[in-house]
Design a binder for this molecule. Structure first.
Ligand SMILES: C[S@@+](CC[C@H](N)C(=O)[O-])C[C@H]1O[C@@H](n2cnc3c(N)ncnc32)[C@H](O)[C@@H]1O
Length: 247
């Protein structure tokens, strides 16, 4: 699905810097030593063996999670808005019949996916790019089997409140920042919202929340980047949510 110019601009990090992003997230502090270990620990606590399970990875980026899901035995459908990310994943897992990857703007739902076919929907660090999350979570519920799981991570509403342009914690707002993730400053726009709006979008879409965490960095990070470790163990940064589709 072709994306329009506004989406391409908003998604510049993942469109123009896909290769650099792919390299960085393999081994950086925030993804490799904090976000992925927390998300995967939450997953493994509930369903570590994914043999024969159908998993939908929404906002798959360069495919770090696709690799983790395959290692646990899953069949993976991976979607992303950024065409370069989709190409990276298709190349990385070429010839592996367990992986199907295609371009999709998740603000427009999951028009190519049928009802009730997935055991798990995983969406790490993507939902803050959606202005309205309600239709997205409703689509996640639609494609899950009864009792299926949803696991996602996002920015902490508490941490993002500090960057509120209006100072109104309860307003939903676009925030534009410069991030140095790939070694050069890149403009990134995402949405912040209150904790009640974030959680309500999930619970009002047919899910019960079964776990909510704020993340634990690895011991390795303490050795490697003591300042980042100190920050991540004393200040909020991400929010991690596991939910189950009501039967
Ligand atoms: C921070 S990256 C996370 C990638 C991957 N989930 C990971 O954790 O390694 C966010 C991803 O979400 C994708 N994304 C942003 N907005 C999207 C949208 N509206 N529809 C689909 N994907 C989107 C971006 O292209 C990018 O690949």
């Amino acid at each position: 699905m072709p994306s329009n110019n506004r989406q391409e601009q908003m998604n510049e990090m993942y469109n123009r810097h896909a290769q650099a992003y792919a390299k960085v997230v393999k081994d950086n502090d925030y993804n490799a030593e904090f976000e992925r270990p927390t998300t995967l620990a939450m997953l493994d606590r509930v369903m570590s063996d994914l043999t024969g399970k159908n998993v939908l990875d929404l906002g798959c980026g360069s495919g770090e999670y696709v690799a983790e899901l395959l290692a646990r035995g899953a069949r993976v459908t991976a979607l992303d808005l950024a065409a370069p990310m989709v190409e990276l994943v298709q190349q990385r897992f070429v010839g592996d019949a367990r992986v199907h990857c295609y371009q999709q703007d998740l603000a427009l739902g999951l028009p190519l996916e049928q009802d009730g076919q997935y055991d798990l929907v995983l969406s790490p660090l993507m939902v803050h790019y959606l202005e309205d999350q309600r239709p997205f979570f409703a689509e996640c519920a639609r494609v899950l089997k009864p009792g299926g799981r949803l696991l996602f991570s996002t920015h902490s509403p508490v941490a993002d409140a500090e960057a509120s342009p209006s100072g109104n914690y309860y307003a939903r707002e676009a925030i534009t920042e410069q991030w140095d993730t790939v070694g050069v400053p890149v403009t990134v726009t995402f949405y912040r919202r209150s904790l009640s709006e974030q959680i309500g979008a999930v619970t009002q879409s047919g899910f019960v929340i079964t776990a909510l965490e704020e993340g634990t960095p690895t011991k390795r990070l303490r050795q490697r980047s003591p300042e980042t470790y100190q920050r991540l163990t004393t200040q909020p940064n991400f929010l991690f949510v596991m939910a189950q589709k009501m039967r």
